[in-house]
Design a protein around this ligand. Structure first.
Ligand SMILES: C[S@@+](CC[C@H](N)C(=O)[O-])C[C@H]1O[C@@H](n2cnc3c(N)ncnc32)[C@H](O)[C@@H]1O
Length: 276
């Protein structure tokens, strides 16, 4: 079974899962490996036999869908984006939440093993709260993968995360436990992890900041991306922010979304043209 066989199989199967091949091109190695393992479990000889099974067994599509979860994440992934969030976005949403006498609400969509929501909470605790006493926060972190969420809830990571953490943050916000580093309890507070499939549900309520990075706008098919964008905008507060990944583009221009800063990854909803 060659790489070319797997590529041909993925180009056939991914659109049927509402996903797009271009998102998977670089990470296909791990997906192909999982599919080969699945075929071995089923005693199938090759992709043609697996394709035949998929054509007759609708339940197998769920298994294939699981094979396609790419779960790589890092603390402070895209450092310049977190710098912008630290400097202007988090203080802005904190001030607004204080004015409106409510907690600021953040949603990390496709949170993997928790690196993204913990990065946000650490920045909030170290930067936003000391300068704005009284600011409260609620972070909702969702993922489709139960194993990832279990790891996120544990909040302990192999010491290689030290490469991604500014040294003062490693020292102040993590406790060493053998060759692992665990997020300190005060930075785990106010984060709720939820098992949710972004394609069919989103957490309730309005959010000041939504991070949807390296999930929908990389892997989903364009029509599904448009739907996710539409629904996400309905979950944003007036003047709320949306953050996407570095190599991602929104599936279509939205006049109500203004790009903030130079990274092209942060957008702010304009209250005048908001749809809800
Ligand atoms: C590549 S990771 C990105 C993690 C994080 N957002 C970041 O930027 O580092 C993508 C995550 O999205 C999750 N995911 C994939 N499809 C999903 C879906 N339909 N609904 C919710 N989460 C999904 C995967 O399980 C994985 O943990």
């Amino acid at each position: 079974m060659t790489d070319a066989d797997c590529v041909a199989f993925l180009q056939w199967a991914l659109p049927r899962l509402d996903m797009r091949w271009t998102g998977f091109r670089k990470v296909r190695g791990q997906v192909c490996k999982r599919i080969r393992r699945r075929m071995a479990e089923l005693g199938l000889e090759g992709y043609a036999a697996y394709r035949q099974l998929l054509e007759t067994d609708p339940d197998e599509w769920r298994v294939l869908d699981e094979c396609c979860h790419i779960t790589i994440s890092r603390f402070f992934r895209d450092r310049d984006v977190f710098e912008r969030l630290r400097r202007s976005v988090l203080p802005d949403i904190a001030r607004r939440a204080i004015r409106e006498n409510r907690p600021a609400r953040i949603w990390s969509a496709g949170c993997a093993s928790g690196e993204e929501p913990y990065t946000l909470k650490i920045l909030w605790d170290l930067e936003a709260v000391p300068s704005l006493p009284g600011a409260a926060i609620m972070i909702v972190a969702t993922d489709i993968d139960r194993t990832m969420l279990e790891r996120a809830q544990i909040g302990c990571y192999h010491e290689h995360i030290l490469h991604d953490l500014p040294p003062h943050i490693a020292a102040q916000c993590f406790d060493r436990s053998g060759d692992h580093f665990c997020v300190r309890p005060q930075h785990r507070k106010d984060i709720t992890f939820l098992l949710q499939d972004l394609r069919v549900e989103m957490p309730s309520g309005l959010f000041d900041l939504v991070l949807n990075r390296y999930v929908a706008f990389t892997y989903f098919a364009p029509s599904l991306q448009r739907l996710v964008l539409e629904k996400t905008l309905e979950h944003l507060h007036p003047q709320g922010y949306l953050v996407i990944g570095k190599h991602e583009r929104l599936p279509e221009e939205r006049p109500q979304l203004a790009s903030i800063g130079s990274t092209g990854q942060i957008f702010q909803l304009s209250p005048a043209t908001q749809s809800h």
